[in-house]
Design a protein around this ligand. Structure first.
Ligand code: AHR
Length: 671
């Protein structure tokens, strides 16, 4: 067995023995013709700040709106086409005194651009809360991202800027304030903002819960100002407590996907609605409180706690390499630069690449070392912009050419990805013949029917042209996370990409994450429906699409085995008929093991005879099966393992017939 997929693996010995007479439904694997290479970077992940992916997701910071921005700056709806707008939030609430609460609600107590003294220098990066209490023991609370998870006997570390003289209690308490999980008293005396450490260790004797809030109360009535509080869960590293940057449950789900790359930082998040809202990488590195943060195109404030180095470390922790998207001078609002005005952005991209792969003797490699990661990261692909096919100005071709030339001159080993198809790239170029491009990024958001219909799409692509990166795709069925129907469409589409992985060098599903916290019948954390991994403040789960991804990525050879199919059934789907089965096979040339993937989108089981050339397969095989009783079935935060892969060992009958269950995705491991 190659890799264990998850905890939900059952080993069952069964003899599939309905001895049927030789069926017309035959898959003949042509092992002698297995010459097409499987791309070593085929399966990966794509990420951006959407659906509370980082803040309220992977990024382990427990407090919300630490820059005190969200509460006071109404996001402007400048995004394309009616995507869900997150609600305006009242994250910071005053404790019981009505007068204080009213004043905070009216923003009367928010100080804009508070002056924080960081490393002996004054910075006006963030807002502060000015708290006037007239009653002892009052203050403010923060409810995190739809709750804060606390565990017994655990330590949470953070810090807080405070100005004033007094004594405060910081604590983690239940939402009704009846239970105190942890608390700490801090004496402070400062006429300027000074930084105080927070260390909260919870008691025992309670069960893990997300029904917690963070509270800051003042012993006596007075005037206080607080800014940039942080609070992180911890882990023991080298015998010492360290703050966690990433939520470990979500990280584990990603590790189980065996991704080979991480495409970041977007997506629309790379571009932003306006130039000053793009992913400006230099403003995302260094100490957290020094990062100014920015408005994301998905309607909420990003503190950039998840900055360039965090993305790189995330990829590294998952065993993946980055596919780095660099800002290319076009923003979602439609503004763009051209000609010489592109040059500063090229310099910015070259410096960013140097930060990723430069040695410690380079300016930005040295800066990376200073930030905590001396070793360079691996990098093979750099993408210029994101979805510039939306740019109707015709400026991309020239912008791309300038980036291409400059990056190749310094880093000839890098493969450069265009976000515009080759035909348009050349059509918009002044030098169509001289135009060079290594890889084209294609995006496909379809329904399941669309995926079934496209399941042969790459079979006819020109083998001499640029390589393809399918940098965003999904079968959009079900929400907030996808259902089995989506997983079936996804799997059919993956058979196509895997079969053509000589030209399709990499692909990744999007979006990866969604915060599924509920507010009555709404999901306030979701801006984009049909996502791969869902979570709330307490736990995380994989959708059926997630398990389909993990299965496909976990069982993969290095050569594509051509398959000759005979007698394959059709199914009624949508307005017409479509093939019922979708399949692909690869060979691990080291072990001789075959990975045959078969997807059944129909409501009936299909018995398929397996042949190696003209010889029938014999003996035992492993079958990893993901199936549901109906296409609408799904996993949820309350029922997270309803649909998970099961592993069986099968003894092939003499006829070499394998049963493919209705609505199922199967990996057959032969050899
Ligand atoms: O994945 C969601 C969005 O879809 C991405 O931000 C964008 O690139 C695409 O339009």
């Amino acid at each position: 067995m190659k890799k264990n997929l998850s905890l939900f693996v059952f080993t069952i010995f069964s003899v599939l023995g309905v001895a049927q007479s030789a069926s017309a439904q035959t898959l003949t694997l042509q092992l002698d013709k297995a010459t097409r290479q499987v791309s070593p970077t085929l399966y990966g992940m794509m990420t951006e700040e959407i659906n509370y992916a980082y803040e309220g997701g992977l990024y382990a910071q427990l407090l919300r709106d630490v820059a005190i921005r969200e509460m006071v700056e109404t996001p402007r709806g400048q995004r394309r086409g009616g995507w869900g707008q997150p609600p305006r939030l009242r994250t910071w609430l005053a404790t019981d005194t009505l007068q204080v609460q009213t004043r905070i609600m009216n923003n009367a107590l928010v100080i804009r651009d508070s002056e924080l003294l960081i490393d002996n220098t004054r910075f006006t990066r963030h807002n502060a809360l000015s708290i006037h209490t007239e009653v002892d023991g009052e203050g403010v609370t923060n409810a995190g991202f739809w709750g804060i998870r606390v565990d017994p006997a655990s330590t949470y570390l953070g810090s807080l800027y405070i100005k004033g003289v007094g004594n405060m209690t910081v604590s983690l308490v239940s939402a009704d304030k009846k239970s105190v999980y942890a608390s700490q008293t801090i004496d402070f005396s400062s006429s300027d903002f000074s930084l105080y450490d927070i260390s909260l260790t919870t008691s025992t004797g309670f069960s893990p819960t997300k029904d917690a809030i963070f509270s800051v109360t003042f012993k006596s009535a007075g005037d206080y100002q607080i800014a940039y509080p942080t609070l992180f869960p911890t882990e023991k590293r080298d015998g010492k407590l360290s703050k966690l940057t990433f939520r470990q449950d979500i990280m584990q789900l990603m590790k189980d996907m065996h991704p080979k790359f991480l495409r970041f930082p977007g997506g629309n998040y790379l571009e932003g609605n306006k130039f000053n809202e793009r992913f400006d990488w230099k403003r995302t590195i260094g100490p957290l409180a020094l990062r100014p943060g920015h408005q994301s195109p998905w309607g909420y404030w990003s503190t950039d706690g998840m900055g360039l180095l965090e993305f790189l470390c995330w990829a590294e922790e998952c065993g993946a390499e980055p596919i780095l998207g660099v800002f290319a001078g076009y923003v979602l609002g439609g503004d763009f630069v051209e000609g010489d005005a592109v040059k500063p952005f090229i310099t910015e991209a070259l410096e960013e690449i140097e930060y990723v792969i430069g040695g410690p003797d380079t300016k930005w490699g040295a800066r990376r070392a200073l930030d905590g990661h001396p070793a360079p990261f691996p990098l093979h692909y750099v993408e210029i912009g994101n979805e510039d096919f939306f740019d109707r100005s015709g400026s991309y071709s020239n912008r791309f050419e300038q980036f291409y030339e400059a990056i190749k001159a310094k880093y000839p080993q890098l493969q450069i990805i265009s976000t515009l198809e080759e035909r348009r790239l050349r059509a918009e170029s002044n030098d169509p013949e001289g135009m060079k491009v290594d890889v084209i990024d294609e995006h496909y958001y379809r329904n399941t029917e669309g995926m079934y219909k496209a399941a042969q799409q790459y079979d006819t692509y020109d083998r001499q042209g640029p390589k393809i990166f399918c940098g965003e795709w999904a079968s959009r069925e079900g929400d907030p996370t996808t259902n089995m129907n989506a997983a079936l469409g996804d799997a059919a589409w993956m058979t196509c990409m895997e079969r053509n992985s000589d030209i399709l060098v990499a692909h990744c599903y999007a979006p990866l994450f969604v915060n599924v916290s509920r507010d009555e019948d709404r999901y306030p954390g979701m801006q984009w429906k049909s996502d791969l991994i869902g979570y709330d403040a307490f736990s995380a789960f994989g959708s059926p699409s997630y398990y389909a991804q993990s299965m496909f990525a976990s069982y993969l050879g290095d050569k594509v085995i051509p398959i000759e199919a005979a007698g394959m059934p059709q199914m009624q789907y949508g307005q017409g008929e479509l093939p019922q089965l979708y399949y692909v096979a690869t060979l691990d040339s080291n072990t001789g093991r075959i990975y045959l993937k078969v997807v059944n989108g129909g409501a009936t089981a299909v018995s398929v005879k397996l042949q190696n050339g003209s010889a029938l397969f014999r003996g035992r095989i492993q079958k990893i099966e993901l199936k549901a009783s109906g296409p609408e079935e799904t996993n949820t935060i309350d029922n997270p393992t309803n649909i998970v892969p099961k592993e069986l060992t099968i003894k092939l009958p003499k006829t070499s017939m394998v049963n493919i269950a209705p609505y199922s995705i199967n990996v057959l491991v032969i050899g």
